[in-house]
Each structure stands twice: as structure tokens, then as C-alpha cells.
Design a protein around this ligand. Structure first.
Ligand code: PLP
Length: 395
């Protein structure tokens, strides 16, 4: 392995950690090991591998790949984790973790404003295997009130999506430890550049690597990070279920991570400028960004995060059609789900993630028709703000 100095800063580790030394080929970058299986010299080598010889990567591709392991080592280093495990998507990571940690009769607390599919898995799928759940506001005291004798796991996002709520992780961990409950935090929107939940004592962190880690809107992957013993147990289940990352995607993650801090620092800066512009605009009813004083979790965010991320949500003054018109008149962002890539993306949650609900049903879960989610890319700040200005003027 190349330089894995944990004392180095994020950008240095993002570039150098996890890279293999390829003494035979002198390749500067970690190659894509396009193989599904691994050969043994003889049966004695088979025997010693299964007896615990750790000099080999794996015996079969579902249990590991050198390119994947290089990407995992980079991620592990950035998140300050003991271990990292890649998956085929963010949802594969979350669902495998829940399946590995919970059993029939357990109770899970999940915060509202969590990713729609994670909520659906807990609320709509797991109850058929006897899992109980509570959905509560992302606030440690409210979470504590919902903890029961059979509570096994608390799941939240930091920040949440689309309202960018920021849970106080120190308070959450003290509740979880008091009640001996495990914590799983989806930190996709923060990235380790802005927040590292494991440093607060959270048990497991997950990211949709599809977003900032890949960073170019060209791959799907997920990752779980935490204590080695926990990750090993989850890896065992992954070996049965099979949602692994392929070597090409692993390579793209390695490449994406090398520029993570450059991209995220730019996105933090532009998003803050965008939020400040929107919150004073007469056509905007409300702006949701944890880096501005009007956000309900501004104080927690300021204490806990080193940057506030690249997603800004806002409500225009008007109804569903007015919000749609504003989006249609934007010239730079592309209309698409997802976030965290170099291209700015814009979406109206009512029409995208929550399309199957009626207006009233959406409002009941806090998704307003005039809500717009804007994932800031790396385009010029002035161009983005000018584009927002002309689109708002048009409504
Ligand atoms: N977590 C968050 C916060 C997300 O926004 C998403 C996807 O949008 C996911 C998890 C799921 O990730 P993936 O699409 O990689 O499965």
C-alpha cells in the first residue's frame, strides 16, 4: 500500500491512501482487477487459506477484489473507521445492515425525513418478518421517548433530505449508549469532509457512494463503515445476499475520491451563497440550508459540521405549477433525481420521489408542492445565482 499516514490531512489521504504498490508493473494508479475468481498453486495453498492465511485477497469475487479493497481503504481512512465495506448501491448497504443487525420482534427507530426507500424498507417490508418501528422527529429527546425494551437500532440521516435537518450526534449517542441500542447514520449529504459521525461514537455510518464519492453522476454504489467486528458480521451476510461492487465501479470511486475535498469545498461555498441569495428573494417563501441562521438546526450544524454541504432546498411562493415553471426555466441544472455530482441537479420532490402520493398525503408527511431541491454542482457560483435569479423573475 502507498502512504497511509493517518496524520495527513483529508486531501492527502484522499489522493494517496489505499493505493497499491504495483512493483511488477509500475502502474501509478490502482488497476481494475477484472476477475471473478482467484487461482491457487496447489491444494496445500487452499488448505492454508481456509486455515486463516491472510496474504491472499479472497478465493472468490463475491468475497473481495483488490480494486474494491483499495477503494474501501481510502474510504476507511477518510471516515476514520476501523473498516469499510462497499456495496452495489446505497440501498444495498442500508438494507443489508438492517437485515444483519435486526431479528424478528426487534424494534427500530427511524427519523422522519429519511430517504424514502429506507423508510419504505422499514415501514413496508420488514414488518412482514416481525420488525416493529417508530418514525420520529430527528431530535435526541424525541428519539429517547420512543425507545422501548426491544429497540435494537436507531437510524437517521445527518443531514436529512430534503430539509437538511441536523441531528445532534453527541446527544444521540448518549441516548443510544444509555439504552444499549445501536446507531446507524446515513451521512451521504455531509461526506467525511463536513462530518464524521463515527468520531461521535456512532456504531455504523453509511453513504450512497453514488453521490459525492463517485461525484460524477456515473455510478451506483454504497458503503458501510464502523468497527471491524460489526463490518465482518455484515460482510458475512453480504456474501450470502451478493450485493457487491464490481471492479470498474470501485475504480471510479477511487478516482472520484481523489477530488472529493476540492469538489465538496466548492459545493459548500456555492451552496451557502445560493442559500443566502434565496432567503432574501421576494419570490421565495422559505430556504432550507443548515448553514443559515434561519434553519432550525443551525446551532447544531455550526457545532458539528465543518461545512454544510451542497444541497439547498427551498419553497417558492406559489403552488405546484409555479414551482414547476421555475424549474423548467432554469438553464444550468439538469432535472434529475440524485445529488452530489459535478453537474447541478434540480428536482421537485412532489413530482419525483413522492409522485405516487396526493397533494394532501404529501403535505401530511411534510413534502410541500412548492418545494424544490437543488443539488449544487461545481459550476461557477455567479452563473448559478444568475440562473436562479432569471428563473425566479419568470414566475
Ligand atoms: N441515502 C440517501 C440520503 C440518498 O439520498 C439515497 C439515494 O438517493 C440513498 C441513500 C440510496 O442510495 P442509492 O441510490 O445509491 O441506492
Amino acid at each position: 500500500m502507498a502512504d497511509n499516514n493517518e496524520k495527513h490531512g483529508f486531501s492527502t489521504r484522499a489522493v494517496h491512501s489505499g493505493e497499491f504498490d504495483h512493483e511488477n508493473t509500475h502502474s501509478l494508479t490502482t488497476p481494475i482487477f477484472q476477475t471473478s475468481t482467484y487461482k491457487f498453486k496447489n491444494t496445500a495453498e487452499v488448505n492454508s487459506f481456509f486455515a486463516g492465511d491472510t496474504t491472499r485477497v479472497a478465493e472468490y469475487g463475491r468475497y473481495g477484489n483488490p480494486t474494491q479493497m483499495a477503494a474501501e481503504e481510502k474510504l476507511r481512512s477518510l471516515e476514520n473507521a476501523e473498516a469499510a465495506l462497499l456495496f452495489s448501491s446505497g440501498m444495498a448497504a442500508v438494507t443489508t445492515a438492517i437485515l444483519a443487525l435486526c431479528k424478528q420482534g426487534d424494534h427500530v427507530v427511524i427519523t422522519s425525513d429519511s430517504y424514502r426507500r429506507t423508510r419504505q424498507f422499514i415501514l413496508g417490508f420488514m414488518p412482514k418478518f416481525g420488525l416493529e418501528f417508530s418514525v420520529v422527529e430527528p431530535d435526541a429527546a424525541t428519539i429517547e421517548n420512543s425507545v422501548k425494551d426491544n429497540t435494537k437500532l436507531i437510524i437517521s440521516e445527518a443531514p436529512t433530505n430534503p430539509y437538511l435537518r441536523v441531528l445532534d450526534l453527541a446527544a444521540l449517542v448518549s441516548v443510544a449508549k444509555k439504552h444499549k441500542v445501536k446507531t446507524l447514520i446515513d451521512s451521504t449529504l455531509a461526506t467525511p469532509i463536513n462530518l464524521r459521525p463515527l468520531e461521535y461514537g456512532v456504531d455504523l455510518v453509511t453513504h450512497s457512494a453514488t453521490k459525492y464519492f463517485g461525484g460524477h453522476n456515473d455510478l451506483l454504489a454504497g458503503v458501510l463503515m464502523g468497527k471491524e467486528s460489526l463490518i465482518n458480521a455484515i460482510q458475512d451476510l453480504q456474501g450470502m445476499l451478493g450485493p457487491i461492487t464490481d471492479p470498474n465501479t470501485s475504480y471510479l470511486i477511487i478516482r472520484g475520491l481523489k477530488t472529493l475535498s476540492l469538489r465538496v469545498e466548492r459545493q459548500n461555498k456555492t451552496a451557502l451563497a445560493v442559500a443566502r441569495f434565496l432567503e432574501t428573494h421576494p419570490k421565495v417563501e422559505k430556504t432550507w440550508y443548515p448553514g443559515i441562521e434561519s434553519h432550525p438546526d443551525y446551532e447544531v450544524a455550526k457545532k458539528q459540521m465543518t461545512g454544510f454541504g451542497g444541497v439547498v432546498s427551498f419553497q417558492v411562493k406559489g403552488d405546484l405549477e409555479v414551482a414547476s415553471k421555475m424549474i423548467d426555466n432554469m438553464k444550468i441544472p439538469l432535472i434529475a433525481p440524485s445529488l452530489g455530482g459535478v453537474e447541478s441537479l434540480i428536482e421537485q420532490p412532489s413530482l419525483m420521489s413522492y409522485y405516487e402520493l396526493s397533494s394532501a398525503e404529501r403535505e401530511a408527511i411534510g413534502i410541500f408542492d412548492n418545494l424544490i431541491r437543488f443539488s449544487i454542482g461545481v459550476e461557477d457560483e455567479e452563473d448559478i445565482i444568475q440562473d436562479l435569479r432569471q428563473a425566479l423573475d419568470s414566475i
